[in-house]
Unconditional design. Structure first.
Length: 278
C-alpha cells in the first residue's frame, strides 16, 4: 500500500503533523510520498520521497488542512485517489477527522475498517473543449468587473430555463451546496443525491430562484452582454477570464472524488459544521 501526504502550506501545525504522519507510515514499512509544496515549506522529509501532486500514483492521500487543501489535491491529481482529510481549516466539510484523531484513524485505515464515499464532480466545457479542472464544489460564471452585473441566459437540456441579470451564476454539486451556492440562497443538499444546484448570484429579478436538477442534465450558459468580460471560477481555486462570446457547457464529470470515511452517519457532522458556519 502506497500513501501520499499533503499539508496546508501556511500553517506550521499542519506541516508538523504531516511529518509525524509521514514518519509513522515510513516506520510501519509503507511507501510514502510527499507533495513538493509541502516539502518546500518543511524540508525535513526525505527528498527521494518528494513528488509533484500531478505525479502521485498512490492508494490513499492523507490531506492535512481544510477544504482548500482537499480541493487542491482534487484539481491536480490525475487519478481518482481516495483522500483521508484531517481538519486543520475553518470548517472542514470535506475532512473526516480532527487532528487529535489522526493516528487512531490511520490505524483503522491500515486495518481496513473504512469505506469509500464517492462524490460527483462537474466538468466544464469552453466552446466544446475541456481545458479547466473538474469542479468538486461548483463552477461559477461571474462578472469580470466588480459592481457591474452580467446578462446571462442558461439552458437545461436545450430548453431555456431563465434569463438573468446578476453578479453571476453558480452550478453546484451536492458537496458544494454548503458553500458558495448556499451563500447565494441555495439549499443544503444531501451529498448522497445525484443532482446539481443552479443558483443565480444576487439577481435583479426576485423571480430568479435557485433550482435543483438531475445530475444527468446539460447546462448551457450564454453571455448576452457581448462587450463585457466574464470570469469562470472553479471551486474558488481556479480562475480564468473568458471572452464574452465563450459558450459554456457544464455536465456531470465521468470522474468522481473519493473520500475515506469511518461512519456512514453524515448528519451529526454536517449539522454541527453548518451551525458553526452561521
Amino acid at each position: 500500500m502506497k500513501f501520499g501526504v499533503v499539508a496546508r502550506r501556511d500553517k506550521k501545525e499542519a506541516l508538523k503533523l504531516a511529518y509525524r504522519v509521514y514518519d509513522f507510515l515510513k516506520v510501519s514499512g509503507y511507501r510514502v510520498f510527499v507533495d513538493r509544496e509541502t516539502y518546500e515549506n518543511l524540508p525535513e522529509f526525505s527528498e527521494e520521497d518528494v513528488l509533484p501532486l500531478e505525479e502521485f500514483d498512490v492508494d490513499v492521500i492523507i490531506a492535512i488542512g481544510g477544504d482548500g487543501t482537499i480541493l487542491r489535491v482534487e484539481h491536480r491529481t490525475k487519478k481518482e485517489i481516495p483522500i483521508l482529510g484531517v481538519n486543520m481549516g475553518t470548517l472542514g466539510f470535506l475532512t473526516e477527522v480532527e487532528p487529535h484523531e489522526t493516528f487512531f484513524a490511520l490505524s483503522k485505515l491500515l486495518e481496513g475498517e473504512y469505506y469509500i464515499d464517492e462524490r460527483i464532480k462537474l466538468r466544464t466545457y469552453l466552446n466544446g473543449k475541456n481545458s479547466v479542472p473538474d469542479a468538486l464544489n461548483e463552477s461559477a460564471v461571474l462578472t469580470g468587473i466588480p459592481g457591474k452585473i452580467i446578462h446571462l441566459k442558461y439552458y437545461i437540456d436545450g430548453g431555456l430555463a431563465d434569463e438573468i441579470r446578476a453578479d453571476g451564476l453558480i452550478i453546484s454539486t451536492p458537496t458544494g451546496s454548503t458553500g458558495y451556492a448556499m451563500s447565494a440562497g441555495g439549499p443544503f443538499v444531501d451529498p448522497r443525491l445525484d443532482v446539481m444546484v443552479i443558483a443565480p448570484l444576487a439577481p435583479l429579478a426576485l423571480s430568479s430562484r435557485p433550482m435543483v436538477v438531475p445530475a444527468s442534465s446539460t447546462i448551457d450558459v450564454r453571455n448576452l452582454a457581448l462587450k463585457r468580460e466574464i470570469i469562470l471560477a472553479i471551486d474558488g481555486q481556479f480562475y480564468t477570464h473568458l471572452n464574452p462570446k465563450t459558450e459554456i457547457t457544464i455536465k456531470k464529470s465521468p470522474r468522481k472524488a473519493k473520500f475515506i470515511r469511518f461512519t456512514r452517519e453524515i448528519y451529526p457532522k454536517y449539522t454541527m459544521r453548518l451551525k458553526k458556519r452561521f
